[in-house]
Design a protein around this ligand. Sequence first.
Ligand code: UDP
Length: 390
Amino acid sequence: MTQRLLFLIADTGGGHRASANAVSAALHAAHPDMFDISIVDPFVEAAPSFAGATTGLYAPIARHVRWLWGGIYYATNSALAVEGVSRSILTLLSPGIRSLIDEMQPSAVVSFHPLLNHVTGRIIQELPSGGRPPFLTVVTDFINLHPFWFSPAADAIVLPTTQALRGCLRHGIRPDRCHVFGLPIGPSFTAPQPDAREKKRLRSDLGCLSSRPLVVICGGADGAGKLRGIAEELLSRDEPVDTVVICGKNEHLREELSRIAVPHDRNLIIQGFVTNMVDWLRAADVVVTKAGPGTVMEALCSGTPFVLCWYLPGQERGTVTWLRQHQVSRYSPNPHRVVDFINEILAFSPSEKHALLERIRTLATPHASSSIAAQRIEGYRITSHSRETV
Ligand code: UDP
């Protein structure tokens, strides 16, 4: 019999939805016809309309007033504050989530977004025993985990790194509930890392026909960061490269870029929200990105060197340090420095490049989604041992 699963997300950026889609695809691949999976954003689909407007503020805040994001993050970065917010503003979500669960009668509820964990956990705990679906959370931040992630009601918490695991244990989560599988990303990123021939084929399919190196610049689903400045800096340098800017949902950036004068011996390719990120990341010689976990993991799995140009204070800060410590990526908010880093990478000797790709490989978890989907399931509780021992 088909089992229903309820996946809860919020579209603050694109990473939460991308991970939910990835786990859903892996479950369908591993257990064909077994699951009927609904991916729901309760802020938009099951709450008063102004609640949806709240998460709609994420993109402008992330792009233009990062300090405000940092302020909100750190002001709520305690168990007490989380309890306060969860028992006040976030209870607006409760009736909608409760109705979803009542209507769907899911075999399990899986949350991919920290703001949903406490409120959903409480609803599930209040259901009559016997009618309570198991509750799982899939953490989509690498290192710094806000206490919103840790619902005491979660039967299992899937984590991307051992650093995230340590954070969980510090917050008193039972070790047997923690499972380190990596960050789930789409199945297309499990393909072997492309060699030079494959890169050439991809470029030709994407319409990039020159023999110049290809630099792909992106800033998450909302196109955050000084992407225009980096593109302009690249175009102004002597080292000739082709530049692709993936603006995501940032229409303003797309319009600004369309007005840039491009020298005759260069290419500037401007894209909006793309659905073939895998092709762009695999085709590129270097990627420039904000420290969004989704894109970072996708670049790691593509085996493409990348430079970080932006991060959200709070949850993405630790990612910058983590990648620097592993000598996998460098960070600067300054377009001039970013382009220096790009040119350093492009000038690597074969042995330097090989060493960098080896370091990249050690952090990549291309099979996280299928590892999650392959767990022995008893009432959909994860029962086997996790990849890393606690
Ligand atoms: N993405 C996409 N098309 C775009 C821009 C982004 O599919 O045009 C995807 C990207 O591949 C990744 C996600 O959106 O899976 C962005 O997640 P990330 O964690 O990097 O940043 P966020 O948008 O959540 O801040």
